[in-house]
Write a protein that binds this ligand. Structure first.
Ligand code: RUB
Length: 319
């Protein structure tokens, strides 16, 4: 097994998960693949990197950070294999550093939104959201974080593990208890798998219900999202594909056998319309969802041109 195939496997089976981590792991896998691929023939090198791109791209369909990371790594022009390898390594390192810095910056910007004594509710496990909690807590603000369990994969356990290790007072609740607790909540902060051109959010299934409950209770709903979570393809009317996962995550194979006619649906993500989102905190600032178009156009501009050129999942020309 190479680092490439191992990373693809780990993203698929969710050993590596969360949009930011997926993107960084994919960039690193491309770098390692470039290091081990022969460079004597540029065409053959590009072909191998194209195959690596396709393999990683196919692992999880919803996290837009993944194709955005892959394109950032594959954005090069080279006259020979050695030059191409160097460019890929450089691009991957640049992407990983920028991504880590983005999470740190989001933590700093987001912490301004948190007041001493606030109770914040979060759903699933987001590094960007956790960065905000950690920064606010380190600033001496007394906060309490309510984390949902997040069925069926219980990413809420990862969140409470982070929170408990950081010494942040936290409470674990069932997903179905969100509305009950919303009265006690000052702020909701969640991460993002993707932000569409109209500012809607794609995140762990159940996020839209949290947003509805927050809206009803007049509680601010804030999204922490690096700009590489914004989806250029949605500018052309494409929808972000919602990943449908194995029914066994919801119902054991024994029970599935017991009820052979029962259908079990397991969408991993859902869409929160922009009208329920008060603010998106990115590394370039806190913006309203309506600004998503401009983030895609200005910040990810080079991708737009490329996206228009590529049909479907094609790999960009890198010669
Ligand atoms: C993870 C999830 C997270 C976002 C943001 O889903 O929905 O909220 O990916 O995470 P899964 P981050 O567990 O299915 O990957 O802020 O860490 O990028």
């Amino acid at each position: 097994m190479t680092i490439l195939t191992e990373t693809a496997e780990k993203i698929k089976n969710m050993e590596i998960r969360g949009a930011g981590k997926i993107a960084r792991a994919a960039a690193n896998a491309m770098k390692e693949e470039a290091k081990s691929a022969p460079t004597d023939d540029l065409k053959a090198f590009n072909k191998r990197m194209g195959e690596a791109y396709e393999l990683l791209y196919s692992t999880r369909p919803t996290a837009v950070s993944l194709p955005n990371a892959l394109r950032a790594v594959m954005n090069y022009k080279a006259d020979n294999g050695e030059e191409a390898r160097r460019a890929i390594i450089e691009n991957a390192d640049k992407f990983i550093t920028a991504s880590e810095n983005a999470v740190r910056r989001i933590g700093e910007i987001g912490a301004h939104r948190i007041k001493d004594g606030d109770t914040i509710l979060t759903h699933c496990n987001s590094s960007a959201a956790f960065g905000i909690f950690e920064t606010a807590f380190k600033q001496g603000k007394k906060i309490n974080v309510i984390a949902t369990e997040t069925r069926p994969r219980q990413q809420g356990y990862i969140t409470v593990d982070f929170l408990q290790n950081a010494g942040i007072p936290s409470t674990l609740i069932l997903d179905s208890a969100v509305r009950y607790y919303m009265k006690k909540v000052d702020l909701v902060i969640v991460g993002a798998d993707a932000i569409t051109a109209n500012g809607s959010l794609i995140n762990k299934v159940g996020t839209s219900q949290v947003a509805l409950a927050a809206n009803e209770a007049r509680v601010n709903f804030i999204v922490a999202a690096e700009t590489y979570k914004f989806s250029p393809r949605t500018m052309f009317g494409e929808r972000v594909e919602i990943e449908e996962r194995d029914p066994a995550e919801v119902l054991s194979p024994e029970l599935q056998k017991k009820w052979p006619k029962l259908k079990v649906a397991n969408p991993a993500f859902d869409v929160t319309p922009h009208k329920y989102i008060d603010m998106i905190i990115t590394e370039i600032g806190a913006i309203s969802p309506e600004m998503a178009y401009w983030v895609i156009k200005d910040k990810l501009g080079w991708e737009l041109q490329e996206t228009a050129e590529i049909n479907g999942k094609g790999v960009q020309q890198c010669e």
